[in-house]
Design a protein around this ligand. Structure first.
Ligand code: PLP
Length: 405
């Protein structure tokens, strides 16, 4: 069970007022708050051990290198990767997807080839693939979305042909909250010998991820959405792909030997980590993961399911509420519009009542086009949110509705 009061004490930012009321932070899908241990760990490494990794023979550099490589170990065991060198540190989901799109595209995608992505993707799982298509003369095929926010897996099966080169879909949708049936999506793709990239930006912090059991070829996530520092992220890739794909960026650390005639590249994982890495960030990310592990993913899931059930019940009673995304399997996220009130107005009024939500298209313009809307208000909760906060949020929504008539 979750000790919510103890947990909230670990997140100093939650214990402050923005205007008059203690802040209600329901914008966790955009970025999550950081527990004290993450702040302390990053401080400690800057204060006591700051030194560049992998290149020094002195004490500080060795300490920092050891902590950085231990952070990789923490990520490896958190997602149950087979090898530590299958974990590549990046600056976030966006960079991880760009890395795969570019390097996989370089090696395996050619004219008239096809890439399957879903209709409900964040722009960072659309645009990198479009860029590959432009470069290589390939095409995007869209796995259709159904009105309730679930992907149409019957239509998906029909998208494959001998030109299909890769599938890229999200684990959980940041605009609708749907937890996609990635096990089936991966299985179907593999029946056609097609690899799958999972954009786990909204999955990793709400679900147990076991990349070997999932058998995904790539899994990407951002540190800042799982209570870690900004500018950190992970690309998990099966060893075979990471070995076969060419490097992404050139520079220090990613090479073995350099002459003006020829450069040889480093082994995994450094082959994909050119230049000075965000090593203190990665160590902070590992502190965030360890914090989550202490609470326990099972407890987190159970608590968030309880919160979501309560939120769904309460919000459905708010007059003139329209909820977008009613899939059976969802993270604790609600996208909605309130009567004829513009989503920005609802968000701004809620802000004045000390409630942080997100408004707009959530970097999912094709999803908004599908529903024929410009955007929604999005409340996204996590394990440090409470029933009391939901009650206050619902009362505030009703007030917003009354104010706008
Ligand atoms: N994919 C999804 C589903 C997201 O929700 C986000 C961010 O909101 C991203 C990708 C991009 O993540 P980042 O901006 O951390 O790289």
């Amino acid at each position: 069970m979750i000790d919510i009061q103890a947990i909230r004490k670990d997140f100093p930012i939650l214990n402050q007022k923005t205007y008059n009321h203690q802040i209600v932070y329901f914008d966790n899908a955009a970025t999550s708050q950081k527990p004290q241990i993450v702040i302390d760990t990053t401080n400690e490494y800057y204060l006591k051990y700051n030194s560049n990794i992998h290149r020094g023979v002195h004490y500080l550099s060795e300490k920092m290198t050891e902590a950085y490589e231990n952070a990789r170990k923490t990520v490896k065991s958190f997602i149950n990767a087979k090898f530590q060198h299958e974990i590549i540190f990046t600056s976030g989901t966006t960079e991880s997807i760009n890395l795969v799109a570019f390097t996989f595209g370089e090696k395996y995608i050619f004219e008239n080839d096809e890439i399957i992505i879903s209709q409900n993707e964040h722009h960072s799982n659309i645009v990198p693939w479009q860029m590959v298509c432009e470069r290589k003369g390939a095409k995007i095929k869209v796995l259709p979305l159904q009105y309730n926010g679930e992907l149409d897996l019957n239509a998906y099966k029909k998208l494959f042909n001998d030109k299909t080169k890769i599938v890229a879909v999200n684990h959980a949708s940041n605009s609708l909250g749907t937890i996609n049936n990635i096990e089936t999506i991966i299985k179907i793709a593999h029946e056609h010998n097609v690899p799958v990239l999972i954009d786990g930006a909204q999955g990793i912090q709400h679900q147990i991820v076991d990349v070997q059991q999932l058998d995904c070829d790539f899994y990407t996530f951002s540190g800042h959405k799982i209570y870690g520092p900004t500018g950190t992220g992970v690309l998990y890739g099966k060893e075979k792909w990471l070995n076969e794909m060419p490097p992404y960026k050139g520079g220090g650390d990613m090479i073995k030997t350099v002459t003006f005639e020829k450069t040889t590249y480093n082994d995994l994982p450094l082959k994909y980590e050119a230049g000075t890495a965000n090593f203190v960030g990665a160590i902070g990310l590992s502190a965030a993961i360890k914090y989550v592990e202490i609470i326990g993913m099972k407890n987190i899931i159970e608590y968030e399911e309880m919160l979501f059930k309560y939120l769904k019940e309460k919000i459905s009673k708010v007059p003139e509420i329209r909820i977008y995304g009613t899939a059976t399997n969802k993270i604790c996220l609600i996208s909605f519009l309130l009567g004829k009130i513009h989503h920005f107005d609802t968000g701004m009024m809620l802000d004045k009542m000390d409630i942080a939500v997100r408004t707009g298209n959530h970097c999912n313009q094709p999803t908004m086009q599908f529903y024929g809307i410009e955007g929604t208000v999005r409340a996204s909760l996590t394990y440090y949110n409470t029933i009391e906060e939901i009650d206050y949020f619902i009362d505030s929504l009703i007030k917003v509705k009354q104010l706008f008539g």
